[in-house]
Design a protein around this ligand. Structure first.
Ligand SMILES: Nc1ncnc2c1ncn2[C@@H]1O[C@H](COP(=O)(O)OP(=O)(O)O)[C@@H](O)[C@H]1O
Ligand SMILES: [Mg+2]
Length: 233
């Protein structure tokens, strides 16, 4: 589903992503892990065509992201880092707008399902600029999954959500891959990945230090933090 070869992106002297190879199979809930500033967002921006790599190759759904970024965007649900829905639309107007762009038929019904599932129907008519950060995140999650894409890429999916909502979203993500979807998330919280991901990559100072299955024997039953420290120290 995702294939990355020799991918690099430097900002001045900062090697945000440094010669990374990465492969994600269909049906995985894949976590890109690493502490703040390790290159996760830069990686996601390149995967989704938001920024051009310095060098390297990226294919998503077998499509070359550099050559056909709009095709990749059509096939993928995306939540960029700290993305805000438009300030001048209500939550419902924004979701309906995305539903139209995604060419959905039963727009009202599909959008209402999300308002109910993530429990923010009462904020339907509130302007996005006046929504709490958590509710904006619920809206962004709804827009990403609305058209049931084969692949959804999310930068820090659980950010700003309360524990109850985090549980619901984690269960939703697990269920989505069970039904055949592929989900790629980034997180700096290792235990989130430990709990829900089937595969993972650990990136540190731009370099890939591990890529494999969550049940890899090298990890065993240890907390991921311990495994991570062993890799980077
Ligand atoms: N547009 C940019 N200009 C300069 N430096 C950047 C830019 N974007 C990211 N960086 C730097 O690249 C590194 C990786 O950042 P980022 O990809 O945001 O990490 P993460 O998402 O893992 O926290 C950091 O050192 C960050 O300061
Ligand atoms: Mg980030």
């Amino acid at each position: 589903m995702i294939s990355v070869k020799n991918l690099s992106k430097h900002f001045g002297t900062t090697k945000a992503v440094d010669n990374v190879d990465l492969h994600v199979q269909k049906g995985e809930l894949f976590g890109l892990l690493g502490p703040n500033g390790s290159g996760k967002t830069t990686m996601i921006k390149m995967l989704t065509g938001q920024i051009r790599p310095g060098s390297g190759e990226i294919s998503v759904h077998g499509v070359d992201v550099l050559a056909k970024p709009l095709r990749v965007k059509e096939l993928t649900g995306i939540i960029p880092e700290q993305e805000n829905p438009p300030s001048f639309l209500t939550a419902e107007e924004y979701l309906h707008f995305v539903a139209k762009v995604r060419k959905l038929k039963d727009i009202e019904e599909q959008c209402d399902w999300w308002f109910s599932y993530l429990d923010f129907g009462e904020q339907k008519d509130v302007l996005c600029k006046d929504l709490s950060r958590g509710t904006r995140q619920k809206l962004m999650l709804s827009q990403a999954f609305l058209h049931g894409p084969d692949l959804v890429i999310i930068d820090e999916p659980l950010i700003n959500l309360d524990p109850l909502m985090q549980r619901r979203v984690k269960d939703f993500l697990k269920d989505y891959v069970k039904k055949g979807g592929t989900v790629f998330i980034s997180t700096h919280i290792l235990e989130i990945a430990r709990e829900i991901c089937t595969g993972m990559a650990i990136i540190y100072k731009g370099k890939l230090v591990f890529s494999g299955r969550m049940d890899d024997t090298a990890i065993g039953d240890r907390p991921l933090e311990e495994f991570f420290l062993e890799l980077v120290c």
